[in-house]
Write a protein that binds this ligand. Structure first.
Ligand code: LAN
Length: 747
């Protein structure tokens, strides 16, 4: 029924407790058995790959997760066979049918263990890191994987022959040099026409000396750049007294866990020996002769296409001191610093079962562990096995995901979306499976080394992906809790998550509240805001501290409101105070035009939905001054109404995130439309016709099978890098239609 390409069928997604592995012509459904077998691929099959994974980036750079979806749907799909409630109003009936259709389709994508696997690609600087780890350690990926990676990299080459930071971005030096080098590592000839053009892009923009610092790091590892041209990472800072406001334990955990292995590589000046490829690359990516480059002068050279965060004078001073210290550092202190860093790296590996907190430290930790213990060590082999957890196959090839998945997050949203109206109860089996996944994903134990390595207490929390990843997140805990309560409230299933565990989750959420009343991501804000002045990344903003965010705060406030209703006797006054302070934070973040800026998805419609949802849920319950709350909702609705497009939908581009101003998309987007509708309906906006115009857009964009097409990219991090949430195109339209159904159709 669907157009499945021949070689797509050879790729099969294996899942186990939320773990994802794409297997080529697998002989086993078992992940660990599969990983032990080499895969065979013929030249014919490689040719077929090139044919079957042709992808037209210029019509839409976002792939639609077709390989996974077609496999999940193809043979088994059936239209909903149950009894569909009937309305007298034909317009209402259309909504009912579309909602059932949408949910029915979506249930086919659910894995046996209850979550919704999906494409979590988008950034283009991740796969190169993993390829460098595999190259330096002499641990190549199987041929089939390598071919698929090549296809992906070429598929995302821009018209000007360069590559962006992410699939929708304009070309940058970081994107272009990293993909170029990756393709060469994968064996593409330098005379390939696409590479000749890419080289021209690089030289027209000043050559690879202008690659930002994270790129300088990777090139140094490859012996394509001199460590001398890299600002010191001052490994000794890990030995600083902990009370110092700039001790790295206070950094945002992602920065901390990336700069940690980077500091190890820097201290050890890890680099691959010269070889033919490296010598050739040195000639390919620079304008000047490699040996003639004055490296120490390149430390702060950044191509203007890449410069997003301008280094502060404080950072420049700090670099001056640390670079000077580097020339006369004391070997025994360095040794101590390195021993500490290695101990910390091992702890992170053990705490996450070698998944690591994210895709960047996954690659760099692998390099450190290979360097410290060797290719044949148990530790390194464990790393290699987890490389596959980050790889994803879609119709644009094989990419590296931005995390080991978005399992818990999507499952919690999907569950809440479906249970928003009674129609969700028609899919009791699906809800039972997602509840089981949510149950298994709640973190039950603390690591023995959690305090030693600055981890936030996590018993009762939920992670973003899987329990094995084991990094708790404040708003993921909130979503996990809200979804749990929604399932309990539906009475569809006998509760597995008991009162004690719900209380643990509430405690975790309370423990995550910052003194500004808001909630951050993984930890409390641990350092003063001026620490941001030391952000050395050039391409990201606000990476130094875990800041409070509107969305995270709203999610926590909402879950506390729900928990308080279900368990009114538990910590009543403490929760009351927490909600009040959370609301104050949300109100403070609201902009003059009534919107909120979203830090984790595109963008103002996303955060405005969150802000409105929290405020409207709190209205009339004595947590805050209701007149103030009503005023805020009114302004938010005015904002949303003002952004509705003539077709009735809403649409923003990723530039809203990087430019911090609402940037309207040419075409309305189902995901933005759904967020705006959810916000308006939550706020009880009284113009039903306006809401119906939006709903009609969702209906008109729905495919017969119940799916929606993949439009523009939805997710973001650190303002400047975009990330794919492939399940959002189903979850949010379903949620908006459920809400419409509950408000206007349900008896
Ligand atoms: C994520 C994904 C989920 C996201 C939400 C839960 C949606 C958000 O509300 C809080 C922040 C969080 C947990 C988040 C933080 C940053 C992440 C981990 C990511 C966007 C996924 C990938 C990204 C990570 C930092 C990518 C690696 C890049 C570096 C700059 C280290």
């Amino acid at each position: 029924m669907l157009n499945v390409k021949k070689s797509w069928k050879h790729w099969q997604l294996l899942t186990e407790k939320g773990r994802h592995i794409w297997a080529f012509k697998s002989k086993s459904n078992n992940i660990s058995q599969h990983l032990q077998h080499a895969e065979d691929i013929s030249n014919e099959e490689i040719k077929q790959f090139v044919e079957d994974f042709k992808f037209d980036k210029f019509s839409n750079p976002n792939s639609g997760d077709k390989v996974f979806r077609h496999a999940a749907i193809n043979s088994k799909f059936q239209a909903f066979a149950g009894k569909i409630p009937q309305s007298e109003d034909p317009e209402h009936q259309k909504v009912t049918n579309a909602l059932i259709n949408g949910m029915n389709y979506f249930t086919y994508l659910q894995s046996d263990e209850g979550h919704w696997p999906g494409d979590y690609g988008g950034p283009l600087f991740l796969l190169p890191g993993l390829l460098i780890a595999s190259y330096i350690s002499g641990t190549p990926f199987p041929k089939a994987h390598q071919e698929m990676m090549k296809i992906y990299l070429f598929n995302h080459q821009n018209k000007d022959a360069g590559w962006g930071m992410h699939i929708e971005g304009e070309s940058t030096m970081f994107g272009t040099v990293m993909q170029y080098v990756s393709l060469r590592i994968l064996g593409v000839d330098k005379n390939d026409e696409r590479l000749i053009k890419a080289r021209a892009w690089i030289s027209d923009h000043g050559g690879a000396v202008g690659i930002p610092s994270w790129g300088k790091f990777y090139l140094s590892i490859l012996n394509l750049y001199a460590w001398e041209g890299f600002n010191s990472l001052f490994p000794e800072m890990w030995l600083f007294p902990k009370w110092l406001p700039f001790h790295p334990w206070r950094y945002w955990c992602h920065s901390r866990m990336v700069y940690l292995p980077m500091a190890y590589c820097y201290a050890e000046r890890i680099k691959i020996p010269e070889n033919e490829l490296i010598l050739s690359l040195r000639e390919e990516i620079y304008i000047e002769a490699f040996d003639a480059i004055n490296w120490s002068k390149q430390r702060n050279t950044v191509c203007e296409k890449d410069a997003y965060t301008i280094p502060s004078p404080v950072l420049k001073w700090m670099n001056f001191f640390t670079n000077t210290y580097e020339k006369m550092q004391c070997p025994w202190i360095r040794k101590r610093a390195l021993a500490y860093i290695l101990k910390y790296l091992n702890a992170e590996d053990a705490q996450t079962d070698y998944i690591n907190i994210g895709p960047v430290n996954k690659a760099i930790n692998s390099i450190c562990i290979w360097h410290a213990y060797g290719k044949d060590s148990v530790q390194f082999k464990k790393h290699v096995a987890r490389w596959y957890d980050y790889l994803w196959v879609a119709e644009d090839g094989m990419k590296m995901s931005g995390y080991n998945g978005s399992q818990l997050w999507d499952t919690a949203f999907a569950t809440r979306a479906m249970l928003e109206s009674d129609l969700g109860k028609l899919f009791a089996g699906t809800i039972a499976k997602s509840y089981q996944f949510i149950d298994h994903s709640q973190i039950a134990v603390e690591h023995s080394t959690h305090a030693e390595f600055f981890r936030h207490p996590m018993i009762g929390s939920w992670p973003f992906s899987t329990a094995e990843n084991g990094w708790p997140v404040a708003d993921c805990t909130a979503e996990g809790l809200s979804a749990t309560l929604a399932v309990h409230h539906s009475r569809l299933i006998v509760p597995l998550i008991d009162e004690a565990r719900i209380k643990q989750a509430i405690d975790v959420i309370l423990s995550y509240q910052n003194s500004d009343g808001g909630w951050a991501t993984y930890e409390l804000s641990r350092a003063p805001k001026w620490l941001e002045k030391l952000n050395p990344s050039e391409v990201f903003a606000d990476i130094m501290i875990d800041y409070s965010w509107t969305e995270c705060t709203a999610a926590c406030v909402i879950s506390l409101l729900e928990a308080r209703e279900a368990y009114p006797d538990y910590k009543n006054s403490e929760i009351h105070r927490a909600i009040g302070a959370g609301l104050r934070f949300i109100l403070e973040q609201q902009k003059g035009d009534g919107s909120w800026y979203g830090g984790w998805a595109v963008c103002f419609t996303y955060a405005t939905w969150f802000g409105v949802e929290a405020i409207s849920k709190a209205m009339g319950k004595g947590f805050y001054n209701d007149t103030v709350l009503a005023g805020s909702l009114k302004k938010a609705c005015e904002f949303l109404v003002g952004k509705q497009k003539v077709d009735g939908g809403w649409g923003e581009t990723f530039e809203s995130c990087s430019k911090l101003v609402y940037t309207e998309a040419k075409k309305s987007q189902v995901v933005n439309t759904a967020w705006a509708l959810l916000g308006l309906m939550a706020a009880d906006f009284n113009d039903k016709i306006l809401i119906e115009k939006g709903v009609n857009q969702l209906l008109s964009r729905q495919a017969d099978i119940g799916d929606w097409s993949q439009e523009s990219i939805s997710g973001v991090f650190n303002y400047n890098c975009m990330i794919t949430y492939s399940n959002y195109r189903n979850i949010f339209p379903i949620w908006a239609l459920s809400r419409y159904y509950r408000r206007y159709v349900q008896e």
